[in-house]
Structures are given as structure tokens and as C-alpha cells.
Ligand binder design. Sequence first.
Ligand code: NAP
Length: 299
Amino acid sequence: MSARIIDGKHLARRLRGRFRERVMALATRGVVPGLAVILVGDSPASQVYVANKVKACEESGVRSFMHRFPADVAETELLDRIAAFNLDAAMHGILVQLPLPPQVDVRRVLESIVVDKDVDGFHLYNVGALVVGNSIFPPCTPYGVQLLLETTGIDVAGKNVVVVGASNIVGKPMALMLLQKEATVTICHAKTRDLARHTIDADILVVAAGKPGLIKEEMVKEGAIVIDVGINRLPDGRIVGDVDFDVVRERASWITPVPGGVGPMTVTMLIENTLRSAERFANGEAFHPPQPFWQVPAR
Ligand code: NAP
């Protein structure tokens, strides 16, 4: 039997429909949620991602402040700009589009964003908070996957979850979030021997490797839930995930399409985190000027 489709576009639309109410409630308190977006260089993929984020802001009533830098920007220039945004009360979130050019230390840049505005959830404080289960801003892609899984109505507690991909922005936080939900989690990466031996045991398989066709039918357990985070552009221009969708859907119980699965949720969770940040400032849970991160109250 063919798998049921987990429709990310539909869920994203539903969630965004509720954002307007929150924006209006903030407006009655004199707050307009604002997101600063920093783009370095002119990579076509980054430009598309940033354009989608800015558009989602406009549609949701979040003000976006776009700042572009050339690919040869000095790290100090970026840090100075972020320091100014940290102090600016109109900005409730600060996002630096990754990847950054090699002369810039990514970790130094991410750590320079004040924790209260770290809506991408990449600051060490938020990463550490994820380990103990009380992060202020869960990273957007895994956060979106978690909500997609909830729509299946299946409780992840006790399930065998296999996450393929161990990056800091998708695979690792995904694994931590599902561990918090009491799943039994296995993380696989490029050096994992015999990937299929692990994936075949998965009740829930989350794939974020960036390798088209990586997951084939025989690697998936009958009835598994399959979440495909991958976004790959083929030479013929088609966008596909990491999962061989047409055959795996005949084996899985639920599956996300690419496009239209995880992608729309990532942008939606960024807006969710930005609204949450604006609400924290409005509620007096976050402050201008910023506090050191060890004084940030947990969620
Ligand atoms: P990344 O930083 O390149 O990490 C890829 C991970 O996959 C690494 O941990 C790597 O292992 C692992 N990997 C690579 N080849 C593998 C293989 N053959 N078998 C098992 N593991 C393998 O990529 P990322 O930023 O996490 O993104 C992953 C994919 O998700 C990309 O296609 C990206 O475009 C997509 N993405 C989508 C969204 C969305 O909103 N839908 C958001 C973010 C990313 P090592 O650690 O050993 O190198």
C-alpha cells in the first residue's frame, strides 16, 4: 500500500494562519516583531533561501531587515553589525545565512548573536539547552520535522529512530530532540559502516545527508515513517530529496515529499521563533540592552 503523504505545505499554511493573531496581539502592546537577516556573498542557493525567509516575514506581519555583505567581507565587519543588531530594540531575531566564506569563523559569528535573539537556535547556549531539553529557540529544521511527525498521530516514545546525517544544524539537534521525546535514537553519518543495517531497523527514518537516491527501498522497514530533509538539485534542474521517493513510498506508512515536505516548515519555524522572541521581550523575559547568556531564563 502506498504511504500517506505528510504535507508540509499544508501544515505550514495552517501554522502561518495563526501567526497573524499573535502579531496583532503584539501590536496592541506597541511591538512589531522584527528579524535581521544577514547574507554574505552571492550564492544562488543562499539568495533563494533568504528571499523565501523575507517573503514569509512579509506574509506573517514580521518586519525584516536585510543586510548584504560581499563574499570578501572581513569578520570584524560582520561582528560589528551583529553587535549593533544585538542592541537594536526593533530586532527580535538575528539570522546569519550559512554557509559563510572561509575567512570568517562561523562559530565566532554565531556566538556573537545574543542568546535572546538567536532564532536559528545555533548559539552554544541554545545547543546546550537542547541537550537538557529546555532550549529557548529549537533549531528551525528539526523543530519543523518534530511538528510534521506529530501530524501522523504516532507517539515517538520508545520508537527506533534513525537519523542519517550528523550536522550541527540538522542531524545532531534532530537526534537530541527525538531523544527528549523518549525515542531510541541512532545517528548515522558518512563513515557509518553498512548504513542499511541501521536504517532497516527504523520505525522512524529521518534523512538529512544531501545525497540524492541515498535511501533505497530495501533499506526501509515495511510501515516506517520516512522524513526526507534533503534538498538536491539534479543536473536536469529537478529538486529531489535523499530518499528514492517513488519506490520507498510503496513500503513506508508515511512519507514527506520533496519539495513540499520539510522545506516549508523550516521557514515557518523561523517565523515562530521570531514571534516567540518578540513575545519574550514584550513579557519582560528578555531585555534591552542584552543580558549575558548565563542570566537568560530557561523556557
Ligand atoms: P551537511 O552539513 O553537509 O551534513 C551532511 C551530513 O550527512 C553529515 O553528517 C555527513 O556525514 C552525512 N552524510 C553524507 N553522506 C552520507 C552517506 N553517504 N551516508 C550517511 N551519512 C552521510 O548538510 P546539512 O546542512 O545537514 O543538510 C543536509 C541536507 O538537508 C542537504 O541536502 C540540505 O540541503 C538539506 N537541508 C534541508 C533543509 C530544509 O529545510 N528542508 C534545511 C537544512 C538542510 P559526516 O558528518 O561524516 O560528513
